[in-house]
Design a protein around this ligand. Structure first.
Ligand SMILES: Cc1cc2nc3c(=O)[nH]c(=O)nc-3n(C[C@H](O)[C@H](O)[C@H](O)COP(=O)(O)OP(=O)(O)OC[C@H]3O[C@@H](n4cnc5c(N)ncnc54)[C@H](O)[C@@H]3O)c2cc1C
Length: 505
């Protein structure tokens, strides 16, 4: 009997995860990726064209258990395949000349908070850790690992203790309101509020439940020696070893359907890939705006909450600095609410952005080495600098705004003592317009729809679309964005497909 043919459109982490799992189970899988390499948002930029890539997408790697489980399910071992190290410092946070670290060890973080902000804040921090842990524990099984929970199904599954944990934080209030109640120190409100931007949302509009991201980070952050890109590359290699075919540099132009069943994918080259099932790993907005053809326009509902955040990034290769950067660094400005008013209400680049820097040559190895220790031979280091931006990349760029934002970013860094400057020789800048080109129909939104309002978490499409045999995977689909979450969505799409196939065999 011939094998069930699956075409996967998109080689992001979710598409690749589904590809590996299906190939491992003997399916005939073809993955189509429009870029020359797989990885999607997990991408590197090479400033000098000298083959030295700078991680210019995700850099904070959490929830490694997702990959441990995936690799185990495919009879291999994640840690053996990908060289990772747990970081002892989660991130360093700066307010001009003041700074402190959050550590993987909560007691060290508590001590740092006591030194930075006083004994009362230390106690409140420990309480916050306990509450965010309870929220995570309550939601892990019914939501994060759930197929596609509805509000009612989740309440049923939460049980008494889970419901109590959620009621304690006031699940209908915003993350910001909840943090105001926790921390009198506005700097700590800023620090923990920023976690909502991990799923592209404003802390002033995101539900309080997103405090669980703080707990996810406290469970561990890992660095990947060869860069984050090693994760998709490894998964692609393992899938190919299991017989999957990966086509890069080819855009899927149209999904062909017949009587609400998919038949195959038309490529830009004119080739037709026949398929019994298709998994779509692009942003679902590409389907609802008709980019993959009229027939799949109604495959998913249109997002009720609008686009998530985009970003402006500067990938830099510069002379190594003596400034004590950690691997992950966040520089805060004042007027935190202004950042989100600018982005979500004024639809403009922030006038006072929070600046994130990944210094990826720092602290891969022994976490106890001094922060500034780079190899003595190393003359340059690689930085990714990122600020949040509105997802208006489908409109023409505003050069004046871009210049103002850039000026503000580097002057904020200089106020903390980090004096670096972008030039065309040392930097490649990526704007929302460029992200829009990379990720079609998004306006440059990098995290699917925004998680704004407490019902938004239930509004993401599930792995099942309205078209038979068309499945969805990626950051715009349940359980949401972020490398591990998107990987989970890839696993869900593969599982749903295999379940349906088993029923119809
Ligand atoms: C700058 C930045 C920083 C981030 N930081 C973090 C972080 O620190 N930690 C974290 O966990 N997450 C982070 N994220 C989010 C994370 O990267 C994403 O949520 C995740 O990688 C999305 O994976 P995905 O499966 O949705 O696929 P995507 O990465 O969106 O890839 C989809 C792929 O589909 C391809 N495609 C689309 N349409 C077609 C078509 N018609 N034909 C062929 N191919 C097509 C695209 O080219 C792309 O390669 C960040 C993202 C960005 C951009």
């Amino acid at each position: 009997m011939s094998k069930h043919r699956v075409a996967i459109i998109g080689g992001g982490i979710a598409g690749l995860t589904a590809c590996l799992e299906l190939a491992h189970h003997g399916y005939d899988v073809t993955l189509i990726e429009k870029m020359p390499t797989v990885g999607g948002k997990i991408r590197q930029v090479d400033v000098h064209g000298a083959g030295i890539g700078i991680d210019s997408g995700p850099t904070v790697f959490t929830m490694r258990w997702v990959f441990d489980e995936l690799f185990q399910a495919c009879d291999c071992n994640f840690e053996k395949e990908v060289d990772i190290q747990e970081l002892s410092v989660l991130a360093k946070h700066y307010w001009q000349k003041d700074s402190f670290n959050l550590y993987a060890d909560i007691s060290k973080s508590a001590q740092a908070i006591r030194d930075f902000s006083g004994i009362k804040q230390e106690r409140l921090f420990l309480e916050f850790c306990e509450v965010s842990k309870q929220v995570y524990n309550a939601l892990e099984k019914p939501y994060i690992k759930g197929k596609r929970p509805s509000f009612t199904s989740m309440i049923t599954q939460l049980g008494i203790s889970g419901t109590k944990s959620l009621l304690h934080i006031g699940p209908f209030s915003s993350l910001w309101k909840s943090l105001e109640q926790f921390f009198p120190d506005p700097r700590l409100q800023q620090l923990f509020g920023r976690y909502s931007t991990y799923c592209g949302s404003s802390p002033y509009l995101a539900p309080a439940t997103l405090m669980l991201i703080a707990h996810v980070e406290m469970l561990g952050v890992w660095s990947v020696k060869e860069g984050m890109i090693a994760i998709p590359q490894t998964i692609a290699r393992l899938a190919t070893n299991r017989g999957a075919k990966i086509i890069t540099g080819q855009t899927a132009l149209r999904i062909q359907t017949h009587q609400n069943y998919v038949r195959g994918v038309e490529l830009q080259s004119g080739e037709f890939i026949p398929a019994d099932s298709i998994i779509f790993n692009g942003d679902v907005a590409a389907l609802s705006t008709g980019l993959l053809g009229e027939q799949t326009r109604l495959a998913t509902p249109v997002s009720p909450t609008g686009r998530s955040l985009s970003a402006m990034t500067w990938s830099m290769q510069i002379p190594k600095s003596s400034f004590e950067l950690s691997r992950h660094n966040v520089f805060f400005d004042q007027n935190y609410d202004q950042e989100f008013t600018d982005i979500f209400q004024q639809n403009r680049l922030p006038t006072h952005p929070t600046v994130y820097i990944c210094a990826q040559d720092r602290l891969h190895g022994n976490p106890d080495k001094p922060l500034t220790e780079l190899s003595t031979q190393q003359l340059t280091e690689r930085l990714l600098i990122l600020v949040n931006a509105p997802a208006n990349g489908d409109q023409p760029p505003n050069d004046k705004e871009i210049a103002q934002c850039e000026q503000q970013v580097f002057s904020l860094l200089a106020q903390s003592g980090l004096e670096i400057y972008p030039t065309t020789a040392n930097t490649i800048r990526t704007t929302p317009q460029m992200f829009h080109q990379l990720f079609p129909a998004t306006g440059g939104a990098l995290y699917g729809m925004a998680t704004h309002g407490w019902m938004s978490s239930f509004a993401r499409p599930s792995s099942k679309s309205a078209i038979h045999n068309l499945y969805l995977a990626g950051g715009s689909v349940h359980p949401g964005p972020g490398v591990p979450m998107a990987a989970l969505s890839g696993r869900l799409a593969a599982a749903t497909l295999m379940e349906h196939h088993a029923l119809t065999k």
